[in-house]
Structures are given as structure tokens and as C-alpha cells.
Design a protein around this ligand. Structure first.
Ligand SMILES: Cc1cc2nc3c(=O)[nH]c(=O)nc-3n(C[C@H](O)[C@H](O)[C@H](O)COP(=O)(O)OP(=O)(O)OC[C@H]3O[C@@H](n4cnc5c(N)ncnc54)[C@H](O)[C@@H]3O)c2cc1C
Length: 388
């Protein structure tokens, strides 16, 4: 009998999981992969789009190209999830599964920060990054703030990378001296698990005159007075505000009972990623396993869950426990790329190691993206217009 696996969300986690299951079982499995969107976009591509280094059409990978044995992709919205019976309701019907994997990511809520929608910008969505490309092109002078508005956010290096890339952008256009750049972050240092990486970023900030405001959130913007209000009550003037919006558990996941509330990321067994419901797993940004919200961790979690499903179907040994291991390439400006490797669950506390920028890392980052596109979507990429 063909087992049915429902994979909710075709992001980093969902694509990797589905690919492994298809590679392993071919037509002898029935995987239904569901996403409301029509294309996948790497998180780091949003920086490329925002700074005009790539067009939005170039960074979209269409789900219609995700064609694999044993897999059906459905573009539809998931309306409800019943984890006890592993049943879901979508706009195109109801589905039931032997295994249910929730990989719905984190929702972004710019409206949760008063003034952000009216008076600022965000670069965490593709439309936000596209809009910023024109806003940054017009930015001539005054203070620019890259501000984090919630404690839990995707890709912790992204605000620092944005500051370094903004610096370059303004230098190239002869506007840097008329501007100031400030990063506001809820951490004491840019990358807490890796003091060496943090030090390298802080040195780069110091060399470029970028200010780092630590242990602080932006709680509101006052668009009329053009000030950002910080969690300690101080105010910072801005001419350009690049926000990292509040992240929330998708409402459909909260309503399912898998998460306690909008900020209570799905609790899982840290070793297996299984929720309290048998054969229901949560991978990637949606879970509260304790790793950063990053694609590389979603992918690692997906591999452990895939191995577990394979073992249950074939009757083998359960996989090794999830270790929360990952790495991230960091854009340092000047087209330089560094790398930090981090381990979150293997030891008593998170640790990280740093590799300074090099040509080899630049190539490695390009290969990181292109190898996944090849593995998930097959043939070469053709630019496409957004339809959603
Ligand atoms: C600016 C920026 C830079 C980044 N840089 C990096 C980086 O360099 N390295 C890295 O590893 N990570 C990076 N990230 C983070 C990375 O993009 C995310 O952590 C990763 O995509 C999470 O994978 P996921 O599978 O958990 O969720 P996602 O990739 O977010 O996928 C979730 C999917 O679920 C779908 N969905 C949600 N709700 C529904 C619903 N109700 N019905 C149907 N479908 C639904 C969504 O459409 C989405 O496609 C970056 C992020 C940003 C914003």
C-alpha cells in the first residue's frame, strides 16, 4: 500500500523533505506538497533584489518545475489542520495522511509595529524588497536605520549584512558622507554563538562608521516626526527605515493546537522533530526546537524527519538525533563573503566558528544556491513574472 505523506509548505524544509522521499521511494510513495505560492525564493535573494543586484524575476523558482516521481504539488491555501487525525482542509479539498509534516515557516506581521507600514519599509518579503529597491535608489541623505522589531527573526546575520551592503551602495553613489547607518538588534553582539564572527562584523562596522545598538528592539515608528522609538524609550531620527518585521506562528498552526499562541513556536521532540501528535512533525522556522530561523536549519530538520519516515515505512533503525547544526554565508560588502558554522543542540551551549571572507567562500555561496535549485527544480532557471 502506498503511504501518503502530506508536506505543508514548499519552502526550504518542505522542498528538501519531499525531494528525499521522492529519491528514496519513487512512484511507490504518495507525497502531496502544498503551498499557497507559485514560486520559491531564497531568503538571501531578497538582499540581491533590494540592492538592485538581481531582478525579482530572476530569483523566483517556479513550483510548476518541481516535478518528481511520487509527488503532487498543489498550489492552494491550507485552512485547517487536525493533527490528531492528520487531516487538513484546503481551498481545493480535504486530505488525510499517514505522516504529516508542518513546514509552514514564520508569518511576518509588519502591522504589529505601529508606524512601520505607514512610515517605514521592510525587506523580509519579496514585495517589500522590490519596493525598497526604488526607495534606496532615491535615498540621498540623513539617518538610515536597520531595525529589528521582534525577538525571534529569520537569519540573524541579515540585518548586519544589510548595513554593510547599504554602506557599499551609498559609497558607490557618492552619498555615504551625507548619511548615517545604525543597526538596532535585540542581541548583545551580531552573532551570539560565535564571538569571532561577531567581532569581525563589529570591526567592519567600526571601519565603516556603522553604529550598532545592542540589546534593543524598535517598538514603533512615528512617521510624522520621523523617529524610531526603541524598547528602552529612546528615540532615533530616521530618513530611511529598513525594518525586520515581527514574526508570528502562522494562524492556521495556532488554530490547530500545535502552537500555544502566535509567538509560541511549535514544540517538538528535539531529537526527532515529532510533535506531541504521533507521526506529525514540524520542521523549519515554524518549530521551537531552539535553532535560529534559517533555511539551512529547516533543511537539516527535514533530513532527520525524512530519515525517520523512511525508517518507519521500511522498518529500519531510527535516524541519528537532530543536532541543530548549520552554517550561514555572510555578505561583508565589497562582494566579499564570510561563513559562520554553528551547532545549537550538540553540546551544552551553542557554539560557532568563523571563516573570514575569501574567493572560495564566494563560489561556495553561489554553489549553495545553484545546487539546491538543480536538486529541487531540475533544469536551468528561466526568469518569470510574479503571478501572486
Ligand atoms: C533577508 C533574508 C535573508 C536570509 N538569508 C538566509 C541565508 O543566507 N541562509 C539561510 O539558511 N537562511 C536565510 N534566510 C532564512 C530563510 O529564508 C528561512 O529561514 C527559510 O526559508 C525557512 O524555511 P521553512 O521551510 O521553515 O519556511 P519557508 O521557506 O518560509 O516556507 C514556508 C512556506 O509555507 C507556505 N505557507 C505558509 N502558510 C501557508 C498556508 N496557510 N497555506 C499554504 N502555504 C502556506 C509559504 O508560502 C512558504 O512557501 C533569510 C531570510 C531573509 C528574510
Amino acid at each position: 500500500m502506498r503511504r501518503r505523506v502530506l508536506v505543508l509548505g514548499a519552502g526550504f524544509g518542505g522542498l528538501e523533505l519531499t525531494t528525499i522521499l521522492s529519491d528514496t521511494f519513487g512512484e511507490s510513495i504518495d507525497v502531496v506538497l502544498i503551498d499557497k505560492g507559485d514560486a520559491f525564493v531564497f531568503g538571501f535573494s531578497k538582499l540581491e533584489v533590494m540592492f538592485g543586484r538581481q531582478a525579482a524575476t530572476e530569483v523566483r523558482h517556479l513550483y510548476r518545475d518541481f516535478v518528481k516521481p511520487g509527488v503532487r504539488f498543489l498550489q492552494t491555501t491550507i485552512r485547517s489542520i487536525d493533527p490528531a487525525s492528520r487531516k487538513i482542509v484546503t481551498d481545493v479539498g480535504e486530505f488525510e495522511a499517514d505522516f504529516l509534516v508542518v513546514a509552514l515557516g514564520a508569518d511576518l506581521d509588519p502591522a504589529a509595529t505601529p508606524g512601520l507600514v505607514e512610515g517605514g519599509n521592510e525587506f523580509y518579503t519579496v514585495p517589500g524588497a522590490c519596493a525598497l529597491r526604488d526607495v534606496i535608489a532615491r535615498f540621498e541623505r540623513g539617518p538610515a536605520i536597520i531595525g529589528v522589531t521582534g525577538k525571534s527573526f529569520k537569519c540573524p546575520p541579515a540585518p548586519s549584512e544589510t548595513a554593510l551592503l547599504l554602506h557599499d551602495y551609498l559609497v558607490t553613489r557618492g552619498r555615504r558622507e551625507a548619511t548615517e547607518i545604525t543597526v538596532v538588534m535585540p542581541f548583545g553582539v551580531p552573532i551570539p554563538p560565535s564571538p569571532e564572527t561577531s567581532q569581525a562584523i563589529l570591526s567592519a562596522f567600526a571601519e565603516r562608521g556603522i553604529r550598532f545598538v545592542k540589546d534593543t528592539l524598535v517598538t514603533a515608528l512615528d512617521p510624522e516626526r520621523k523617529v524610531a522609538i526603541l524598547s528602552d524609550g529612546t528615540e532615533l531620527p530616521y530618513e530611511l527605515f529598513l525594518g525586520i518585521p515581527v514574526h508570528r506562528v502562522p494562524a492556521v498552526v495556532v488554530e490547530s493546537g500545535l502552537a500555544a499562541d502566535a509567538y509560541g513556536w511549535v514544540q517538538v521532540n528535539k531529537q526527532t522533530l515529532e510533535t506531541r501528535f504521533p507521526r506529525v512533525y514540524a520542521v523549519g522556522d515554524v518549530n521551537g526546537v531552539g535553532t535560529p530561523k534559517a533555511g539551512i536549519f529547516a533543511e537539516g530538520a527535514a533530513r532527520v524527519v525524512a530519515a525517520s519516515i523512511i525508517a518507519q515505512i521500511r522498518g529500519g533503525q531510527p535516524p541519528e538525533a537532530y543536532k541543530g547544526v548549520g552554517m550561514c554565508y555572510i555578505e561583508f560588502g565589497n562582494h566579499e563573503v564570510a561563513r559562520v558554522d554553528v551547532e545549537f543542540l550538540a553540546g551544552p551551549k551553542p557554539t560557532g566558528t568563523y571563516q573570514k571572507p575569501s574567493e572560495a567562500l564566494k563560489l561556495e555561496k553561489a554553489l549553495f544556491g545553484s545546487s539546491r535549485v538543480q536538486r529541487w527544480f531540475g533544469a536551468a532557471h528561466e526568469p518569470s513574472e510574479p503571478t501572486t
